[in-house]
Design a protein around this ligand. Structure first.
Ligand SMILES: *Cc1c(COP(=O)(O)O)cnc(C)c1O
Length: 381
């Protein structure tokens, strides 16, 4: 019985090609499939929006590494979110979202789905009473969880939120992008569906945009698959292949991301220009106990605030060299950014606004000493 994470990441959905023995699934760049007589499909393939063998390999692998029954691969994380929400919600329904949700998720609710009659409330998910109070009987269909969050790295208790959701007959959705399935397994903690921006840690090499849904039970998996085909925002075969290639090293990469992030945190904690370090691995972090309970380690994202306010935060981003100034996260290379002016600029004035003295790091897997040297010069020159 194969069940180790690393083994599944390398083998699930990826038996050697029966015709050639190729050990990696080929990129099936094809739209349609020859039928053996009308309706005589070979292995169920008829048209690549409905299914494509490279995408099937990725989808089976995603289901295996998240411990779900069904995985589905989309063109982006937001495409996966849209398909999920329009599967489980109808106009008039209500969803509870984190008060520090990913900006694109917030925009999808506020600017797109609200116009179609979907209501939502941003709530601090660390406050379980606030979550209970925000549930609208009959109409709340989902509680949407991110943990850790972006860029403040807040932690939400997946098990406790699943029980609140299920008491209300709502679904618990977990955006597992920041932790990755290697560090956190939401379905085992009671979540009904996991979403990923596979663009980040799952793909891991900053070379492909993609999204995923993994459902715990078969009925929801079927419904989501129906909508994936009906709505059409699928992952293409080359994107699926790159993502599968990334997943093979996910465990190794996450271990190194965590090792390097811990070194970076130590450096920042001892630095006089840094007034606060946000990292769930710190005992002083308000979510530390919950994070320790539900995560294997604490991830590769680190945020910090500096004494000199916005101007100094921006200067540090500009001076960093090995830490590349850019948006996104989760790739092998280290990135630095100023959330207030970059990823979260659109949140200014909203409940999701972030402190202007904040710097966010996506700590990559380069040599730790080089990363520390670069941060030291960026903080000091
Ligand atoms: C990037 C991201 C998304 C959106 O994914 P895309 O692939 O960019 O569409 C959703 N959630 C989180 C937490 C993200 O970081």
């Amino acid at each position: 019985m194969i069940e180790g994470f690393e083994t599944l990441a390398i083998h699930a959905g990826q038996e050697a090609d029966p015709q050639t023995g190729a050990v990696v699934p080929p990129i099936y760049a094809v739209s349609t499939y020859k039928q053996d007589g009308v309706g005589g499909l070979r292995s169920g393939y008829e048209y690549s929006r409905s299914a494509n063998p490279t995408r099937t390999a990725l989808e089976e692998c995603l289901a295996a590494i998240e411990g779900g029954t069904r995985g589905l691969a989309f063109a982006s994380g937001l495409a996966a979110e849209d398909a999920l929400l329009r599967t489980v919600c109808r106009p008039g329904d209500h969803v509870i979202i984190p008060d520090d949700a990913y900006g694109g998720t917030y925009r999808l609710f506020a600017k797109v789905l609200e116009r179609w009659g979907l209501h939502f409330d941003p709530v601090p998910l660390g406050d379980l009473d606030a979550v209970r109070a925000a549930v609208r009987p009959e109409t709340t269909k989902a509680i949407w969880v991110e943990t850790p969050t972006n860029p403040l790295l807040n932690i939400a208790d997946i098990e406790a939120l699943a029980s609140i959701a299920h008491q209300a007959d709502a679904r618990l959705v977990v955006d597992n992008t920041f932790a990755s399935p290697y560090l956190q397994q939401p379905l085992a903690l009671g979540a009904d569906v996991v979403i990923h921006s596979t663009t980040k840690y799952v793909g891991g090499h900053s070379d492909v945009v993609g999204g995923a849904l993994v459902a715990r039970d078969r009925d929801l998996g079927e419904e989501l698959a129906y909508h994936q085909n009906a709505m059409g925002a699928i992952a293409g075969p080359f994107d699926a292949w790159l993502t599968l290639r990334g997943i093979k090293t996910l465990a190794l990469r996450m271990e190194r991301h965590c090792d390097n992030a811990e070194r970076v945190v130590d450096l920042l904690l001892s630095h006089p220009r840094v007034i606060e370090v946000l990292y769930p691995g710190l005992a002083s972090h308000p979510g530390h106990e919950v994070a320790a309970k539900q995560m294997r380690r604490f991830g590769g994202m680190v945020s910090f605030r500096v004494a000199g306010g916005e101007a100094e935060a921006v200067e540090i981003c500009d001076r960093a060299q090995l830490f590349t100034l850019g948006e996104s996260l989760g790739g092998v290379e280290s990135l630095i950014e100023h959330p207030g002016r970059m990823t979260h600029a659109s949140a200014a004035g909203s409940p999701l606004e972030v402190p202007s003295d904040l710097v966010r790091l996506s700590v990559g897997i380069e040599t730790a000493g080089d990363l520390l040297a670069d941060l030291t010069q960026a903080l000091e020159s």
